[in-house]
Ligand binder design. Sequence first.
Ligand code: FDA
Length: 306
Amino acid sequence: MLRSVILAASRSSGVERLVATAPVTRDLVRRFVAGTTSDDALRATRELVDAGLTVTLDHLGEDTVKAEQATAVREAYLRLLAGLGAAGLTASAEVSVKLSAVGQAIDEQLAYENARLICAKAAEVGTTVTLDMEDHTTTDSTLDILAKLRNDYPDTGAVLQAYLRRTESDCRELSGPGSRVRLCKGAYKEPESVAYQSTVDVDKSYVRCMNVLMAGSGYPMLATHDPRLIAIGQDRARWYDRTPDQFEFQMLYGIRPDEQTRLAGEGHTVRVYVPYGDQWYGYLMRRLAERPANLAFFARAMASRK
Ligand code: FDA
């Protein structure tokens, strides 16, 4: 119930104004977001790479409604990729892109063209792009764009969300040779007609999807902080003889950092999803919705706001 309210608030500009101006917000944002500039992002990347982790960087922004805004996001990615290249970080850091930020809601072709330019730059500097997955109304369009991008850039990564009923079948489609697929639980408010609602059903679906990906011949990217699913992932890696260069774990910046370094210390490839930029509102609200403890802290602070 609380989760639904917070996810609804993530789309409200009124609540956004209230949250953005609350003093308490700054500390919370700092915990989950690496900073506002690409220099901040590069600094955070360097620290994580020095600690034995790998990175995927997200220039925050979504739901772009103007073509100029989409161009600005594309240009920010091109600058970021040039910065990663110049800093010698592309062996360990790639980028994650939300198609809605590069124009998907305006025109699918526009989003494809912007994403293609980002993929071209990534290839030029020696790294890859993963397409984040957003709410279920965009899944088909995102997978269509992915397929087109993979014609020229076969290492473009996909994201599949275990809470969607369709995902086990999508995993089968996308488990072929070289296919990079991030499997996550899913972060949006989705109707029962398309998505499992209970945590048990979502977790069971995650395991079924993971089985398909780990048994396949692609490159599974297991994005979760859930200790049980991580243990099952390690187990499946043993079953299917996958070495640390044949799959990876992924976690979000600021969430379970000790677990990130522990897994890397055991020899696993661990990639941290590092968001940066000033459009942090939607991202922050989804992180709050995921965890009652974050929510309670935030609600108390907002209630005592002067
Ligand atoms: P779950 O939410 O059950 O959490 C398990 C444990 O992790 C919790 O008990 C707690 O200890 C810790 N934890 C989890 N979330 C926390 C939080 N916010 N604050 C503090 N602790 C927390 N989703 C999507 O729809 N599209 C996408 O493209 C992506 N991309 C993506 C990339 C990466 C690298 C990750 C890790 C996740 C995503 N997600 C995503 C988000 C994902 O769908 C999901 O909402 C979160 O990962 C939370 O789910 P968990 O699997 O971590 O389990």
